[in-house]
Write a protein that binds this ligand. Structure first.
Ligand code: NI
Length: 133
């Protein structure tokens, strides 16, 4: 396949992070690392949305943020049919780490993950899923 070049503008701190990632993951160059990052973040796109999949939604948040706990709880109750379990760990005085195990229709899980990760106040969130059919 033909390889095309394009320019990317990045803040210096982001570029430094990319360079550490290249070094630590032993990629030969930035292009390889960026190719890997793009492909791995596009995996979700390839999953057949009607398949039954399982996965985990991992979030980190400050529990002092108003309404955040209520919103997270309401969302999980709305999707009780696909939420298997929720593990909550108090990381320190402010931060909580929550792992929500899920199983069900891929489309519904992506919808739930987007809602949870997009909840106002979530510092970091990631959804991993795998095909189980
Ligand atoms: Ni907590």
């Amino acid at each position: 396949m033909q390889v095309k070049r394009f320019g990317v503008s990045l803040e210096e701190n982001v570029l430094n992070k990319l360079d550490s990632f290249v070094k630590n993951s032993k990629f030969p160059n930035r292009s390889q690392a960026i190719r890997y990052l793009i492909k791995s973040s596009l995996v979700e796109e390839k999953v057949d949305k009607n398949k039954i999949v399982a996965g985990a939604i991992v979030i980190v948040y400050d529990h002092h943020k108003r309404e955040l706990n209520d919103n997270l709880m309401n969302t999980q109750h709305d999707y009780h049919d696909v939420v298997l379990s929720t593990q909550h760990v108090h990381l320190d005085h402010d931060l909580c780490l929550e792992t929500i195990a899920v199983k069900g229709n891929a489309k519904r899980l992506i919808e739930l993950a987007d809602l949870i990760i997009g909840t106002k106040g979530i510092k970091h969130g990631k959804f991993v899923m795998t095909d189980i059919e």
